[in-house]
Design a protein around this ligand. Structure first.
Ligand code: TXA
Ligand code: MG
Length: 340
């Protein structure tokens, strides 16, 4: 059942009865349930086919809820919360006893986020309890940024879906954890390292943001270990190289695929350049001068590309700078680290 935002009370009723509801946030849609009820949270893992060792983010709508789910909040953590809540920002804090361990996959920490989206905040406020919610997709697939993209995948698996159009940001929140007064970025997002450095100078990227986690690696965020965002079609990223002719390099990649049918995800400035015979479609991901636009479009473009049943999806890379860092982090995983 898909509801307009004016029918939000129906979703609230489901959630109060430990149901599972797809709802919008400014980043991506989430699959929400009562974060304080173990049995409600279990349903999310089933709906999404998610590994039990990958913890969920707890979504709140006010500061009372923050203190209900987290404790021992330090001065640095408090400063970050004040700067970036509400927003596309998740902070990993000491877990309070009210949060069941299936939310955190047995960890004594909990990821907390206050979305900057009116529908999400109204939903959480009306429930009166926080919502545990992963991104709206079956595990391993690209995150859902509009209902159209995900209804086939999820409509029959949840109690209802609240439709509020296309998500503004398009990629998931920045996830951070403060350790020994250093802010570690566990997952890059719309809130960049530069944004965080204005609040607390000592901030670093986790070493795994672009690299595959090997079997024995110790990770700060379990999500890093799992397969992510991937289309079914074989995919390759043509990495951005400073001062190189990106279009020329994408063309070489197209040619190297011989007769294979190719879909290209390209920035608007280059979409007319890929006229090779084996190109079945070129998808415009946005202007290369506006990475916000690319971040908003990227998951939907990946889903669309997958539906064309080509042999290969070729993705034009963006600069590893600002939001481009988060875009690269998602795309590198989407292509299964297949980068040229
Ligand atoms: O923007 C978002 O964050 C979206 C919307 C729905 O809020 N949610 C989202 O959730 O992306 P999910 O489950 O797809 O990703 C959550 C990430 C995972 O990589 C997970 O490992 C990490 O957050 N995480 C959650 N709790 C954690 C914890 N206690 N310690 C370390 N990492 C944690
Ligand atoms: Mg996800």
């Amino acid at each position: 059942m898909i509801l307009g935002r004016e029918k939000i009370d129906v979703a609230v009723e489901y959630l109060k009865n430990d149901g599972v509801v797809v709802f919008p946030t400014e980043t991506v849609y989430g699959i929400g349930a009562n974060a304080l009820h173990e049995n409600a949270v279990n349903k999310i893992f089933k709906v999404k086919n998610r590994a039990a060792d990958n913890p969920l983010i707890v979504h709140i709508s006010n500061m009372d809820m923050l203190n209900h789910v987290a404790k021992n909040i330090s001065d640095i953590e408090r400063k970050l919360i004040n700067a970036f809540f509400p927003g596309p920002f998740t902070i990993v804090l000491d877990k309070n006893d009210n949060v069941p361990y299936n939310v955190t996959s047995g960890l004594d920490t909990v990821g907390v986020r206050m979305p900057n989206n009116k529908v999400a905040n109204l939903l959480i406020s009306k429930c009166g309890f926080p919502l545990a919610a992963p991104s709206a997709n079956i595990s391993g697939k690209p995150s859902g940024t509009n209902i159209e993209d995900i209804k086939e995948e999820l409509e029959n698996r949840v109690d209802c879906m609240v439709d509020s159009g296309i998500c503004d940001v398009g990629i998931e929140s920045t996830v951070v954890r403060v350790i020994d007064e250093v802010v570690h970025i566990l997952r890059p997002g719309y809130v960049t390292l530069q944004d965080i450095a204005k609040v607390h100078k000592n901030v670093v990227y986790d070493k795994h943001i672009y690299t595959k986690v090997e079997k024995d690696d110790v990770v700060l965020s379990p999500g890093m270990k799992h397969k992510h965002y991937a289309p079914i079609t074989d995919s390759v990223l043509v990495e951005y190289v400073e001062k190189s002719d990106m279009a020329q390099r994408v063309k070489e990649c197209i040619s190297s695929n011989g007769d294979k049918k190719v879909v290209v995800l390209a920035c608007r400035e280059n979409i007319d350049k890929y006229t090779e015979q084996n190109v079945v479609e070129v998808i415009d991901i946005g202007s290369n001068t506006d990475y916000k636009e690319i971040s908003k479009n990227i998951f939907s473009a990946l889903r669309h590309a997958d539906k064309l049943h080509a042999d290969v999806i070729i993705i034009e890379g963006v600069k590893r700078d600002g939001i481009g860092i988060a875009i690269n982090n998602r795309v590198i995983r989407a292509v299964g680290y297949n980068v040229v």
